[in-house]
Design a protein around this ligand. Structure first.
Ligand code: GDP
Ligand code: MG
Length: 358
């Protein structure tokens, strides 16, 4: 349900981060444009609460929430002839983008295309994406004027596209401006890149003491509300190959904190207004993803369509309370589980048992 495209200049560590997030082993190389076809992977959402719930319920299996991740070939800088038009088309299909910026220095990894100043790269990429949208919107604007002349109901859409062209023409991302529903509807089919939520990942050196300052400098130039995370993709990739105990040791050794990857995924979740609810049974304990503001009956449909059709009620308790009580049955016995109807809005972290009949 949530697809995230990785973007960035050549040799900044996109594929390395992709591998770290997905546990896959896509090809990385110290030369630009080593990724020529987009790779698709599934990133498991790190979730310590899910693990603790599973430890209490002893299910046959534990299933985390996931994000689909697309590793796109490198983007070129504005003015360069290597703009990957067909890959930008793939990026338009994504719900969010993760932009990787290079801050690490390495003699054996050329930085000719990117440099190692993440602020400079962020500005270049913002411009690149805005120009890509401008291209699409400017073409649409011409058409929209004609359509509006023939059909007055299309006037509002034409005005919306024209307003977007003005913003993009200044090199600004569309998400830096406020748009109403009519305007957003007019943009929908154009799938603007700069309206998508973006998470910025600054790929720092293993032992960079200034990682947080660098992240703050990037945050100052990207649209307000975008999240910036500093991490070492290299270390995260190595760590992803270790078992949990070794991983914790490695993370501690580098003082980078174990949670950098989790922060990237979480930030993406939040940017997309996604929340997690849990189902817990003997077969599986599972994290599930819905949009914030989803009613219980609709959320039940994510588990099984029969549950939505035959929805009777939901039994609900926050996962932290279920864990504190020592498990679902114990939480129930302690009166922690509430009964909710079909219109109850599922909260982030709810454990939900759906009663239904078909
Ligand atoms: N020293 C160092 N090298 C890195 C780091 N991240 C990636 N690399 C190396 O940089 C090269 C390019 O990385 P890759 O992930 O293929 O970059 P991409 O072109 O953005 O996909 C590879 O040789 C990586 O091993 C890092 O944090 N530190
Ligand atoms: Mg790559």
């Amino acid at each position: 349900m949530a697809r995230v495209g990785l973007v960035g200049l050549p040799n900044v560590g996109k594929t390395t981060l992709f591998n770290a997030l997905t546990g896959l082993r896509a090809h990385t190389a110290p030369h630009p444009f080593s990724t020529v076809e987009p790779a698709v992977g599934v990133a498991r959402v790190p979730d310590p609460l899910l693990e603790r719930l599973a430890a209490l319920e002893h299910p046959e299996k534990m299933v985390p929430a996931t994000l689909d991740l697309l590793d796109l070939p490198a983007m070129a800088r504005p003015g360069s002839s290597r703009l990957g038009g067909r890959f930008l088309a793939r990026l338009r299909e994504m719900e969010a983008v993760a932009v990787v910026l290079r801050a690490f220095e390495a003699d054996d990894v050329p930085a000719d295309e990117s440099g190692t100043d993440p602020v400079d790269q962020a500005e270049a990429l913002l411009l690149e994406l805005a120009l890509a949208d401008l291209d699409v919107f400017a073409r649409k604007a011409q058409k929209a004027v004609k359509e509006a002349a023939a059909d007055a109901t299309k006037k509002a859409a034409a005005a919306a596209v024209a307003a977007a062209v003005e913003v993009l023409d200044e090199g600004r991302a569309l998400r830096t401006a406020k748009w109403n529903e009519v305007e957003e509807a007019a943009f929908h089919d154009l799938a603007p890149l700069t309206l998508k939520p973006a998470v910025w990942v600054v790929n720092v050196a293993e032992d960079d003491p200034q990682a947080e300052d660098v992240a703050a400098a990037v945050a100052a130039v990207v649209p307000a509300g975008d999240t910036v995370v500093a991490l070492s993709a290299h270390i995260e990739e190595e760590a992803s190959r270790l078992d949990p105990a070794e991983r914790a040791e490695l993370a501690e050794g580098f003082g980078l904190g174990e949670g950098a990857l989790a922060r990237v995924v979480r930030a993406t979740y939040e940017a997309l207004h996604l929340i997690t609810f849990y189902t817990a049974g003997a077969k599986e304990v599972r994290a599930r993803t819905v949009r914030r503001g989803t009613p219980a009956r609709e959320a039940a449909g994510k588990v099984h369509t029969d549950m939505e059709r035959g929805f009777i009620r939901a039994e609900v308790a926050p996962i932290t309370e279920v864990i504190a009580a020592g498990g679902w049955e114990a939480a129930k016995a302690a009166g922690r589980v509430k009964v909710e109807g079909r219109d109850y809005l599922v909260a982030d972290g709810d454990v939900m048992l759906v009663r239904f009949s078909v």
